[in-house]
Unconditional design. Structure first.
Lengths: 305, 180
């Protein structure tokens, strides 16, 4: 195996936290069960990585296999990246083009390789008709830099593509062109928020109308699709004490009263979205909570006017 | 007027109707399902509401028993129940109202003190039942109990009335409650 490829393997495997090592290696599906069993996963990480790289060498792993491992790692750590999303406008093409994933991958790769001399392009299919594309850029005279790849996640049944990289900006027009030939013209699938009304006729829901109102309001505010993944929101409140009664120690206080409220959740916005339908809060929710995606903020300071 | 009265309608033949009032639909639905799985000589009907007053657009039979469901994890559920109580006529509280409290098992999630609901039930002179509705076995047992109570309140059990049941349940309560 080439020295640079071996080093790439070593560095990629080293990135993986020990707690995720088995899961990611299994997902990568390059080293067999038997091979993995021959390795001692309890030893020090450096030695473990050395053993794993040796196994890869024995199995004649290629640069592409290493790139695939990198994709798997990134899929597990997608929240650590910053993603931009692009929406493709429909080109003047046929209305009912059927999308062929293999054909897309082939021509995508060809176009990039034709345009740029040194580039590594790898693909990995994911859930919901999505394909993860990893692109390592080089220059005309230099081999691709495998340590600064760009990622594009394309959902084939939608006009959306997600990209992540700092080096991508200059190559955007090229990527955009690559997508143009493969527009999906399938309309976004509609999903309806149906009410889960029990079929047993002996159960009557008295507040059907109100429930429908809550569903409607929730849908208006949050939309139909999954919310962006957010783990916490923080609100700092500073206010002077207000009272109808005259005087009192708190009313004379110069310093404002301070309060900090922090919401945390594995998926905060989905949790907020489910509050009203679950009957835990009234709909509509406070705008302080619902403005998070619009404002793109999750730290708030609330002061007296 | 949108106040619920116990005797403002004629009873249906062999029909017993219970009204479950609570903010969390999932809990009410599950409890309703559990109740309807019970073998019962009476025709059961379960009405589910998030709060009172009930919308006037729905035609409904005479309500024999109201159970207010409060989740100790949610102050919102308590507040809604307290507001709803104003829409129930005083004569309902002669054995045809009960409070059902869930969530006591997970103390760390409780934002309402147990004493609060104890006092509420005492103020309205109505039985207070505790049950973690999320646990299937407990829920099934409670459902059985509610079906029996419902049959009595509907007058389907000869010799026992809602009021006599109320007296029986009160005797078995901890006497120190009277000091509250």
């Amino acid at each position: 195996m080439d020295e640079t490829v071996a080093e790439f393997f070593r560095r990629t495997i080293l990135k993986i936290p020990m707690t995720e090592m088995m899961t990611i290696l299994k997902a990568w599906n390059f080293l067999s069960e038997n091979q993995l069993q021959t390795v001692n996963f309890r030893q020090r990480k450096e030695s473990l990585v050395q053993d794993l790289v040796l196994l890869c060498q024995e199995k004649h792993a290629s640069l592409n296999d290493a790139a695939l491992l990198d994709i798997v790692y990134t899929q597990f750590h997608r929240h650590q990246k910053v993603w931009d999303v692009f929406q493709m406008s429909k080109g003047a093409g046929g209305d009912t083009d059927l999308f062929d994933m293999e054909q897309f991958k082939n021509s995508f790769k060809k176009i990039l390789q034709r345009a740029l001399k040194n580039v590594t392009v790898s693909f990995r299919d994911a859930e919901e008709n999505a394909v993860w594309i990893r692109i390592a850029w080089g220059t005309q005279y230099r081999k691709p830099n495998q340590y600064k790849p760009a990622y594009v996640v394309y959902y084939s049944q939608t006009p959306y593509a997600f990209t992540s990289s700092s080096q991508l900006k200059s190559n955007l027009p090229l990527l955009a062109q690559t997508f143009e030939t493969h527009n999906s013209t399938t309309p976004l699938q509609e999903r309806s928020l149906g009410l889960d009304i029990n079929m047993d006729s002996r159960i009557i829901h008295e507040n059907k109308i109100e429930k429908e109102r809550v569903q409607r309001v929730t849908q208006e505010i949050f939309g139909d699709y999954p919310q962006p993944r957010l783990e916490f929101a923080q609100y700092k409140l500073e206010t002077k004490f207000k009272s109808d009664l005259n005087g009192g120690i708190l009313a004379d206080r110069e310093e404002p009263l301070r309060c900090l409220v922090k919401f945390s959740s594995p998926h905060l916005l989905e949790a907020l979205k489910s509050l009203a339908p679950a009957g835990i809060a009234d709909a509509p929710l406070s705008p302080l909570l619902t403005c998070i995606p619009n404002k793109g903020m999750n730290y708030f300071k609330i002061r007296d006017k | 007027m949108s106040v619920l009265r116990p005797l403002d309608k004629l009873p249906g033949l062999n029909t017993a109707t219970i009204l479950l009032v609570g903010t969390e639909d999932a809990l009410l639905q599950q409890l309703a399902d559990s109740m309807l799985r019970e073998d019962c000589t009476s025709e059961l009907r379960v009405h589910l509401a998030n709060s009172l007053p009930l919308p006037s657009t729905v035609a409904r039979p005479r309500i024999d028993l109201i159970v207010f469901v409060i989740n100790l994890h949610s102050k919102h559920s308590l507040r809604k129940v307290e507001e709803s109580l104003h829409h129930v006529d005083a004569t309902f509280f002669l054995g045809k109202v009960s409070f059902l409290v869930t969530g006591a098992g997970r103390e760390s999630h409780c934002s309402i003190h147990r004493n609060t609901v104890v006092k509420l039930a005492h103020t309205y002179r109505s039985p207070l039942l505790f049950c973690d509705l999320e646990i299937e076995d407990f829920r099934a047992t409670m459902a059985q109990r509610l079906v029996r109570m419902l049959q009595i309140c509907a007058g389907h059990v000869p010799g026992v009335s809602a009021l006599s049941l109320l007296s029986l349940m009160r005797i078995s309560e901890n006497p120190s409650l009277e000091d509250l």
